[in-house]
Design a protein. Structure first.
Length: 119
């Protein structure tokens, strides 16, 4: 699967949330159907990514980019992989998988936490 590092809508939207310290819903910055997203960082092992996603995503043994890697799935199948430059995304409680209602919560210090909405 090719990683899209040039998704301007997502890159610009998330960067704006960081700059303005504003919360947002991740799905507001996507234009494709998805029901689950997985968040990975530099040096994540390919085996862990494949085990989490259920399909090959990267070719090397480790994710070798300083970007955050978001892998979106729809009905259990990967539909898009997006690289977010700057590596400023973090998963709440070290989680890597989130449903489509995932929120982005600025925490100061230039990063966003991907969170599960309160029920």
């Amino acid at each position: 699967m090719d990683v899209d590092y040039n998704d301007q809508r997502m890159n610009d939207g998330l960067a704006n949330l960081v700059e303005t310290s504003t919360k947002g819903q991740l799905s507001d910055y996507t234009s494709w159907n998805w029901d689950e997203v997985h968040l990975f960082h530099e040096y994540t092992e390919r085996g862990f990514i494949e085990e989490t996603v259920g399909a090959p995503v990267i070719k090397s043994d480790f994710f070798q980019s300083k970007a955050s890697l978001l892998v979106f799935e729809d009905n259990g199948k990967p539909v898009k992989a997006v690289g977010i430059p700057g590596d400023y995304l973090r998963g709440e409680d070290h989680r890597v998988s989130f449903a489509a209602d995932a929120m982005l919560d600025p925490q100061g210090g230039g990063y966003l936490i991907v969170t599960v909405p309160a029920s």
